[in-house]
Design a protein around this ligand. Structure first.
Ligand code: SF4
Ligand code: F3S
Length: 107
């Protein structure tokens, strides 16, 4: 089991989640974070920390977000680890809750 970051993180990237993770399983891209499923120990700590409610347990990922399970695994392989909170993206509050952000994902 792993936790998964979904679409609402895109262009928000608050990074609060990173602070509570006991292992280094978060990886950072230009405007999105992912969780490495091979590193996540399923501790549940990060889920309530996300102001964008973007983190779900793998078995609770909404139907419309299922493709993010594979996307987290894929991008975690190439993006660098992030271990410290950086603060949100400049326009995080504007983007929080906006639909259809997948096309805006930068790799
Ligand atoms: Fe890290 Fe725990 Fe969240 Fe997994 S569930 S990403 S181990 S904080
Ligand atoms: Fe993204 Fe939420 Fe973490 S917006 S960076 S999953 S705190």
């Amino acid at each position: 089991m792993t936790f998964v970051i979904t679409e609402n993180c895109i262009k928000c990237k608050y990074t609060d989640c990173v602070d509570v993770c006991p292992v280094d399983c978060f990886h950072e891209g230009p405007n999105f974070l992912v969780i490495d499923p091979d590193e996540c120990i399923d501790c549940t700590l990060c889920e309530p920390e996300c102001p964008a409610n973007a983190i779900f347990s793998e078995d609770e990922v909404p139907e419309s977000q299922q493709h993010f399970i594979a996307l987290n695994a894929e991008l975690a392989k190439s993006w660098p680890t992030i271990t410290e909170v950086k603060g949100a993206s400049d326009e995080a509050e504007n983007w929080n809750g906006k639909p259809n952000k997948l096309d805006l994902l930068e790799r």
